[in-house]
Every structure is written in C-alpha cells, then in structure tokens.
Design a protein around this ligand. Structure first.
Ligand code: ARG
Length: 247
C-alpha cells in the first residue's frame, strides 16, 4: 500500500549522510633496519617504529598504512606526495630540516662500528686507511665520508645496511658504521658472523630520530606530536621501548 512505499523515502531523508571514507595516511619506511623497521616472514612491516606510530595513530584517532620504501628514494617520495610521512630511524639534521618537517624526537641514537672479532680497530680514527661500508646517504655515510675524505674509494656505499654487513662478513670491507641499535641487534642475532662492536663516544655526536612530514604539513605534524606526547605521558612509549630494548 501507499504507507509501505512512503516509509523507505522518509527513512532515507532522515538518515544522516554516510561519513566520508577515513583518510589513511601512507607512511614510508625502509624496512631493512631491524629492530626499528623490518619485514617478517609474512612480509608484514614490523618493529619498534611501527609500534610507536601505531600507538600514536590510535591515540589521535587517525589511520595509517606502512609502505616499504627504499632509503635512496625515501625523502623524494615525501616531496612528491607519494607518502604522507616517513618513520625510518631518520636522524633529525639541520640539512634535512630545510626540506622537510620533523616531529619531536622519539629516540636517541649514535653511530657504532661493527668489525670482525679479530679486528684491531679500537676507535673511529683507526678506520682512516681501511675499507668502510655504510648505507648510502645515512648519517653513517656522512661521518665516514668526513673521516676518509670525499674522494676516498675506501668508502663503500650500499643500498641497505644489511648489504653492508654482508660485505663485512665476506671481507669486502673492514668495518661498517651504522646506527647503534641496528648494529647491536645484528651482532647479537648473527653470532656465526663473529662480529664485535666498537663504540667511540668522543667521535660520534648524539643523534635523535624524528618522524618526517612534507614541509608545511602542520595538520599531520600536530597530530603526530600530540600522539607522541600522549604515549610518553601514559606509559605506552616506555612499554614499547622495553619490549625492544629492555627496561
Ligand atoms: N639514522 C640514520 C640516518 O638518518 C640511518 C637511518 C636508516 N634507516 C633505515 N630504515 N634504513 O641517516
């Protein structure tokens, strides 16, 4: 009858409009940097950085998706708008601050040397005449290039830090310089390689990791900073930290 026909129209008119699909922020990461960012057997991107940003997004009520992004093109992917943000153990530097904006620091790091157990290297300066492996365009690359000289053919640059460490294993380089967390993790998990770490507090400046957004993207940056402050205040940051690095 007439009544039944009128009912759906009335219901539709009074129903609230469907919500717009939630924006999913695309997060770039070079997932070859355990324990910060890596891929598990299933190909999922996992690690300390993922847990941190996932907790931040949950607090802020926004959605994220991690996309594996090679380090060499990672800053460009942000510039091009292919990624909304980057979390990739990125050290905040004055130079990088000129082309992108960084969140508040979320992790302290420094460079650390990996050598074979039998190596006589005791300090950074000992690398001066040796072959040293680094990941291209990292802060490790910067300090090693400075020590060995811009034109030195002894600086061996690799697409990823695991490739540099593989070269140390096969003897193609005498040392690798990379972020301490990654070097410690690798040496501890690959005893068959017989590597050891050499720290040098006086040669390496303290570094801090930040989450990068495109210059001027204050909307996302504020959400991230608010979430970071929240997870630090409520203890969830410390919990995640303890899971990966001990209390
Ligand atoms: N912290 C160093 C830098 O910013 C290395 C970061 C490398 N990260 C990565 N996921 N491969 O240069």
């Amino acid at each position: 009858g007439k009544k039944e026909e009128a009912a759906p129209a009335a219901a539709a008119a009074s129903a609230p409009p469907p919500p717009p699909p939630a924006k999913v922020y695309v997060i770039g990461t070079d997932a070859a940097y355990a324990p910060f960012e890596s891929q598990n057997e299933k190909g999922e991107i996992v690690g300390f950085s993922m847990d941190i940003l996932t907790a931040v997004a949950a607090k802020g009520g926004f959605e994220i998706k991690f996309v594996n992004t090679p380090w060499e093109g990672i800053f460009n992917s942000l510039q091009q708008g292919d990624r909304d943000a980057l979390i990739s153990s990125i050290t905040i530097t004055d130079e990088r601050k000129q082309t992108m904006d960084f969140s508040a620091p979320y992790f302290d790091a420094e460079q650390l040397i990996a050598v074979k157990e039998t190596s006589k290297v005791a300090k950074f300066g000992d690398l001066k005449k040796l072959k040293v492996g680094v990941q291209t365009g990292t802060t490790g690359d910067e300090v090693v290039t400075k020590l060995l000289g811009k034109t030195s053919t002894n600086v061996k640059r690799f697409e990823s830090t695991p490739l540099a460490l593989k070269e140390l294993q096969s003897g193609g380089v005498d040392a690798v310089v990379a972020d301490n967390g990654v070097v410690i993790h690798y040496v501890a998990n690959n005893p068959a390689d017989k590597f050891k770490t050499v720290a040098d507090k006086t040669s390496f400046a303290p570094e801090q990791y930040g989450i990068a957004v495109k210059k001027g993207n204050t909307e996302l940056l504020e959400k991230i900073n608010k979430g970071l402050a929240d997870i630090k205040a409520d203890g969830s940051y410390d919990k995640i930290f303890a899971t990966y690095f001990g209390a």
